[in-house]
Design a protein around this ligand. Structure first.
Ligand code: GLN
Length: 506
């Protein structure tokens, strides 16, 4: 009974809280109890027990006073730990942002992490809409990874099969929504970190166009690629979340000064006549046949709904991974220079007087292996003598990838492809080989490099076999920059035709 409220859509729950048939406190208590019972999923790094109950009471009091409540009244939302929150630690799942000021060799307790002096803009917007920020969720350290296994605090588990990863880097965001611990979550997507875990956990994940959502208060990984976006179990709930967090922000000069679309209303719009492009480059070698089949049948459903389907070509797709791992690591090496033991988080004390060894020892103790690999790679591609060969060349190829999309969108309204070439994989399957892990992002990176809009919506799960249970599959819909409304219309159509929200086995 208790958990029933956590099965509602965001709009239904907010309506009930607004009308007083449900108290925000009861909802929050139900979410906290469920989080407590599912600790084995390792979705949360910090549960904001007291703060969320206090926020819930404030929402209920506001209603009793007769004041109007916001669009997310009483809705429990989980926040990726890369987003700054004043009332909860913010660690980016890294030891370097944990145990502030204790001057030891680094802790493993994320609840003692760095406390930012301000809220990210998206966090402030959620609060202003009367959402309940239930806690901070797990991720790959500094958002670098595709499985959650790079978290300094252990990986999140996939609720569809706990021996498998949840994808990444926004692993905890996807898991908290899939397991019904929150009705929505925020994540960040630099090269697929919202879409891929959403696909692997059977939920909806939206990577907005670059500039659609403010990045202020998102701990930077690769600033020219990073975007914050929502997770939810159904398309309409994700649309409502995006409406709340979108829009220009004076604190982020890259946020676009364009009106926010009516994303929620777009979910009920007819898709008849929309032209869908299918790039053959996304349906070749390396694609799991069960995923290909599921995605093709979702596309066939769109055709039945009156869309026209036609082939398009994105010939530079094959350079996506190489380009991304030059651009993203270059930006990361520069962004992560600020974690030096002087201003933020961890500091290794008792270092012999000189500053260089303070930096070196702190960074060596604080960063995990993948983060170090990226910093080294990024520093290398930016170094004198190599800059032209790597970084400059990568920027040029990035332009070609963008032009592929521009050309395709001259003849189609959206592009439909798989989100991930494979379903959720087992722990340890890819961690030994960074390259195998990087290949998991082959279908999500190009849209990030082009800065366009994208989302992942569940389609038919893979059939259960002797060696593998049924696992979720994501259909990735891509559209031109700021065409999010169109993607919501298409995703909602797919969802309706697939029979609605999918649930992991109990
Ligand atoms: N998996 C990709 C990476 O490791 C993308 C991560 C992301 O989008 N933050 O860089």
């Amino acid at each position: 009974m208790m958990s029933d409220v956590l099965e509602l859509s965001i709009a239904d729950l907010a309506d009930q809280v607004k009308s007083g048939t449900l108290s925000a406190r009861a909802v929050t208590e139900a979410a906290l109890a469920r989080i407590e019972r599912t600790q084995d999923l390792n979705a949360f790094l910090h549960v904001s027990k007291d703060a969320s109950l206090a926020a819930a009471d404030a929402v209920d009091a506001k209603r009793q006073r007769g004041e109007a409540l916001g669009k997310l009244a009483g809705v429990p939302i989980a926040i990726k730990d890369a987003l700054c929150t004043m009332d909860a630690p913010t660690t980016c799942a890294s030891k370097i942002l944990t145990r502030v000021g204790e001057g030891n060799a680094g802790g493993t307790d994320p609840t003692r992490g760095f406390r930012p002096p301000y809220d990210a803009t998206v966090v402030a917007r959620l609060r202003a809409a009367d959402a309940i920020l239930i806690g901070k969720v797990n991720m790959d350290e500094f958002a670098m990874g595709s499985s959650g296994e790079n978290s300094a605090f252990g990986p999140s588990r996939n609720p569809w099969d706990k021996s498998r990863t949840a994808g990444g880097s926004s692993s905890g965001s996807a898991v908290s929504v899939a397991a019904g611990l929150a009705l929505g979550a925020l994540g960040s997507d630099t090269g697929g970190s919202i879409r891929q875990p959403a696909a692997l956990c059977g939920v909806v994940g939206v990577k907005p166009s670059y500039g659609r959502v403010s990045r202020y208060g998102l701990i930077a990984f690769a600033s020219s690629l990073d975007q914050v976006g929502p997770f939810a179990r159904d398309v309409k709930s994700a649309a409502r979340l995006l409406e709340v967090i979108s829009g220009a922000d004076p604190m982020d000069s890259t946020s676009a000064d364009l009106p926010v679309g009516e994303y929620e209303a777009a979910c009920s719009k007819d898709v008849k006549g929309l032209r869908i492009g299918i790039p053959e480059e996304y349906f070749g070698e390396g694609l799991d046949p069960a995923i290909a089949e599921s995605v093709r049948s979702a596309i066939a459903e769109l055709e039945k709904a009156g869309c026209t389907v036609k082939p398009v070509s994105l010939p530079h797709t094959k350079y996506g991974i190489a380009t991304y791992y030059v651009v993203a690591t270059a930006e990361a090496s520069s962004n992560l220079a600020r974690f030096d033991g002087v201003r933020f988080g961890l500091r290794i004390e008792n270092v012999k007087s000189d500053l260089t060894s303070l930096y070196g020892k702190t960074r060596n103790a604080g960063f995990g292996a993948e983060v170090k690999r990226r910093i080294l790679l990024g520093t290398y591609v930016l170094s004198a003598g190599y800059y032209d060969a790597y970084y400059k060349k990568a920027q040029r190829v990035r332009t070609l990838i963008k032009r592929d999309f521009d050309a395709a969108f001259e003849s189609v309204d959206a592009i439909a492809v798989p989100t991930s070439p494979i379903p959720a994989f087992r722990f340890g399957e890819k961690v030994e080989s960074p390259l195998a892990m990087y290949l998991a992002d082959v279908f999500t990176l190009p849209a990030s490099l082009a800065g366009i809009a994208g989302l992942s919506v569940p389609c038919r799960p893979t059939p259960a076999t002797a060696s593998q249970p049924a696992l979720p599959v994501g259909l990735q819909l891509l559209g031109p920059s700021f065409a999010e409304e169109r993607l919501f219309s298409l995703a909602a159509e797919v969802e309706r035709r697939m029979g609605g929200v999918q649930r992991p086995p109990a």
